[in-house]
Design a protein around this ligand. Structure first.
Ligand SMILES: Cc1cc2nc3c(=O)[nH]c(=O)nc-3n(C[C@H](O)[C@H](O)[C@H](O)COP(=O)(O)OP(=O)(O)OC[C@H]3O[C@@H](n4cnc5c(N)ncnc54)[C@H](O)[C@@H]3O)c2cc1C
Length: 403
């Protein structure tokens, strides 16, 4: 939609082919129905939140950055508000207003919209110029330039079924490995399901790939019946590229604000105060209730022994579990639960200044179909807006040249 608006603004005659019965099905469910459409951070911060190929995004973000996105929507009558972490939402809290704003702009610019119109392939001349798209009904729609903005593979019911990856491969482009990202992790330990529903705030999570640290972050996470989820875990998944059979170790620091020395003193104090209680009844001030039986089980300390008889070695084990609560990550949940797709059309085959294919003249790419992804906070939609805007401008230019 952004690519179409930008191409029309630059003077091109534009048609959107959308296979769904309406536009913006995925946009509708973004930000839990509120659409976190960008992030009002400093421009450099946009790049530090882009995990795969941030350098590829320089021109696109320069052409249409977060301020430009906010101006674009505000000028079109969609009032915005900025929340915690600079996350930008429509003031109404309705993602439908973002879709409505875009739809109104498309109407004003006379963009043709063909709903229920699935594209099944691209039409390319022998000398590698795009000549149009092939539709499911077998007809060819001719075009001087084509922008592929078919999204990734997550939440297939919204229409993103990975068709663009196939179109790109069929026309000689490389597609990097596709993985679900911003997605919960599955863990081997049975105690995850015991802890289901327990949310941990202000904890630190570290993920190790053998001896290499893959991720370390601070925030909020959640246990589920299959493993772990929550904002901290989704961020961690951005740094994970699944290889066959790989198993990662994860450690939760339940008391990141306390050094080991300070925590040890705290344990000693708690044990003194609760000396005559059974060990299992002495931990209430230290851990959430649901976690206590699991911590005791991992520690191997007899839960019925008097707290004043817990040995120094046992206390040390408790400290170790508190600072490094262990989990084994066996993989991620599927694309059905992933916010985005990691991987996509290789940036090596796309000109970053125009979003045009380096292989097929007049063919452009925009959005999640490209091998660029970012953390949560409005950054993935910013990628879609920026690449869409740049692709639209340049597709219009190519169209003009070819007329
Ligand atoms: C639950 C959820 C919440 C999210 N929340 C946020 C958020 O708050 N902030 C944020 O920045 N990001 C968020 N994202 C990510 C964001 O939605 C995507 O990165 C973004 O929508 C990608 O835009 P796109 O235009 O590239 O692809 P999409 O939005 O997936 O759009 C692709 C469109 O192409 C159509 N299409 C596909 N194949 C064909 C075909 N063969 N023929 C015709 N049409 C076709 C599809 O039907 C679809 O309408 C969220 C994602 C999910 C799943």
């Amino acid at each position: 939609m952004m690519a179409a608006a930008s191409a029309a603004e630059a003077g091109a005659e534009v048609i959107i082919f959308e296979k769904n019965e309406k536009l913006g099905k995925k946009l509708f469910i973004t930000g839990k129905g509120r659409c976190n459409l960008t992030n009002a951070c400093e421009c450099e911060e946009l790049f530090s939140n882009i995990i795969s190929n941030p350098k590829f995004m320089y021109s696109a973000i320069n052409a249409f950055d977060n301020r430009a996105v906010m101006d674009f929507f505000e000028k079109a009558g969609c009032k915005l508000k900025i929340e915690r972490g600079n996350r930008v939402f429509p003031a109404s809290d309705h993602s439908s207003d973002v879709i409505l704003t875009l739809s109104n702009i498309l109407k004003q610019k006379n963009v043709g919209i063909r709903l229920n119109s699935e594209i099944t392939g691209l039409s390319v001349s022998e000398d590698n110029y795009i000549t149009g798209v092939i539709l499911k009904n077998g007809k060819k729609a001719e075009a001087d330039s084509v922008i592929i903005a078919t999204g990734g593979l997550s939440y297939k019911a919204t229409g993103s079924t990975g068709d663009g990856f196939r179109f790109a491969e069929e026309t000689g482009h490389r597609v990097t490995k596709l993985n679900p990202s911003l997605v919960p992790f599955e863990c081997r330990e049975e105690y995850c399901s015991t802890l289901m529903g327990l949310s941990l705030k202000n904890v630190s999570l570290k993920i190790m790939d053998d001896k290499k640290k893959l991720f370390e972050g601070f925030g909020e996470m959640l246990f589920t019946h299959f493993g772990i989820s929550g904002p901290l875990v989704l961020s961690a998944s951005s740094f994970y590229n699944k290889r066959k059979n790989d198993i990662l170790k994860a450690f939760i620091d339940l008391k990141p604000a306390l050094s080991e020395d300070v925590l040890d003193k705290r344990l000693i104090r708690e044990f003194e105060v609760n000396g005559n209680k059974e060990f299992k009844n002495s931990l209430g001030a230290l851990y959430p209730t649901k976690l206590i039986p699991v911590i005791i089980a991992i520690s191997g300390i007899d839960q019925y022994k008097k707290t004043n008889s817990v040995t120094g070695k046992e206390r040390r084990r408790l400290l170790e579990i508190t600072k490094r609560f262990p989990l084994t990550i066996t993989g991620t949940r599927s694309f059905d639960e992933a916010i985005i797709t990691k991987g996509g059309i290789s940036v090596k085959d796309i000109n970053p200044s125009t979003m045009e294919s380096k292989l097929i003249k007049g063919l452009f790419f925009a959005g999640e179909v490209i091998d660029v992804d970012a953390l949560t906070g409005g950054f993935n939609l910013q990628i879609a807006w920026s690449t869409g805007f740049l692709a639209g401008e340049n597709a219009a230019r190519v169209t003009e040249e070819r007329i």
